[in-house]
Design a binder for this molecule. Structure first.
Ligand SMILES: Cc1cc2nc3c(=O)[nH]c(=O)nc-3n(C[C@H](O)[C@H](O)[C@H](O)COP(=O)(O)O)c2cc1C
Length: 337
């Protein structure tokens, strides 16, 4: 079944050790043991979102996930986490096979430390030049993620990144495509361009197995693509990595927070490092409020533009089956034409 898809995903699936080269991108608070194990059990590749977890919490989450699946899964670590190397140690202790480094260029020694444990390293490549550099520094695979995605985003769309990066790198390297993929037809297009697999977040966030609050899920089901907007930078001195989330009171409050922090900077009350930390912390707390507490007014409902294609709660197996069916049909149609 799904022979054409299987053939185009073969390299990616072999690398991940999964049946299908479909990653569920790590989503802070959402990608915990239940969703991650469900994805891996369904033949995809689940990734635990470490986010701001302490090494102890990550230790428990990996153990909990292992109790629910014997299939491979990965762990996503944020490069600016102050205990990054301890977290790498926790992954090594558990024999985690794949570590995804997110949130910026990996700090010196981190890629080496992961590889020493025998794990594979997956990095996000924001540009072709950085992608090449990451591969030279030891990254085993790349994810290119366009600005259609939910969560923290770069400035370039998936389709442009794919055109710039896949023809150059995908034949000799493993490149997964993420951002705005809601259906299998889009997956088929990127696979045909040389991608070895796809990463989706938004499409999986409201799966039956996701522990996200029912009100968080309802907000997804009601939303259309244009409701998933990128946050704006208010002060030129305070760079903000845009976050794509559903418009609500929280997104307005984020703008107000930036103004407040900028004023504190003006007054000399805080330094630049502290200012940036305060802005980053605002989102960390806000995402938890939306996902766990169901506060969809004040929390941050991170979602990609594909949110309009998320219309109901479905088991992970159904979502993956739909993606594969759509992908296979698209590939077959093109072959027949
Ligand atoms: C609610 C939410 C939380 C996310 N949290 C993280 C995170 O903690 N780390 C990360 O690397 N990516 C995070 N992402 C991005 C996803 O891993 C994934 O790459 C992205 O959702 C793919 O694009 P899509 O949303 O268009 O499918 C998050 C996305 C969402 C929707």
């Amino acid at each position: 079944m799904y022979d054409r898809t299987k053939a185009l995903m073969a390299r990616g699936a072999e690398f991940l050790g999964s049946e299908w080269a479909i990653l569920c991108g790590a989503m802070s608070w959402v990608s915990e043991r239940n969703l991650v194990s469900a994805i891996s059990n369904a033949g995809g590749f689940g990734v635990i979102a470490c986010g701001a977890m302490t090494p102890e919490l990550l230790d428990g989450e990996i153990a909990g996930t292992k109790a629910l699946t014997s299939k491979p899964f990965g762990v996503n670590l944020i490069t600016m986490h102050p205990q990054l190397f301890d977290l790498i140690g926790v992954c090594a202790k558990h024999g985690v096979g794949h570590v995804v480094l997110a949130g910026g260029i990996p700090p010196k020694g981190s890629v080496e430390a992961i590889k020493e444990s025998g794990a594979k390293v997956i990095c996000f490549a924001p540009t072709l030049a950085l992608g090449k550099k990451l591969l030279r520094s030891g990254a085993d695979a790349l994810v290119i993620e366009g600005m259609e995605a939910g969560g923290h985003i770069g400035p370039v769309s998936t389709s442009v990144l794919a055109q710039e990066i896949l023809p150059e790198l995908a034949a000799d390297n493993l490149v997964f495509v993420a951002g705005g993929i809601g259906r299998g037809e889009a997956m088929a297009g990127y696979l045909e361009m040389g991608a070895c697999g796809a990463q989706l977040g938004t499409r999986f966030a409201c799966a039956s197995e996701s522990i996200a609050h029912p009100d968080f899920k309802k907000a997804f089901f009601r939303a259309s693509a244009r409701d998933a907007v990128a946050s704006v930078q208010v002060d030129p001195r305070l760079p903000v990595i845009p976050v794509r989330a559903l418009k609500n009171k929280g997104t307005e409050e984020f703008t107000a927070k930036q103004i407040e922090v900028a004023k504190l900077l003006d007054a000399g009350g805080i330094d630049m490092g502290e200012a940036q930390l305060q802005i980053e912390h605002f989102w960390a707390g806000a995402l938890r409020r939306a996902v766990i507490d169901g506060d969809v007014e004040n929390g941050s409902i991170m979602a990609g533009q594909s949110v309009g294609m998320v219309t109901k709660e479905e088991p992970v197996t159904d979502i993956i089956a739909a993606l594969l069916t759509e992908c296979e049909a698209a590939l077959a149609q093109r072959r027949a034409a």
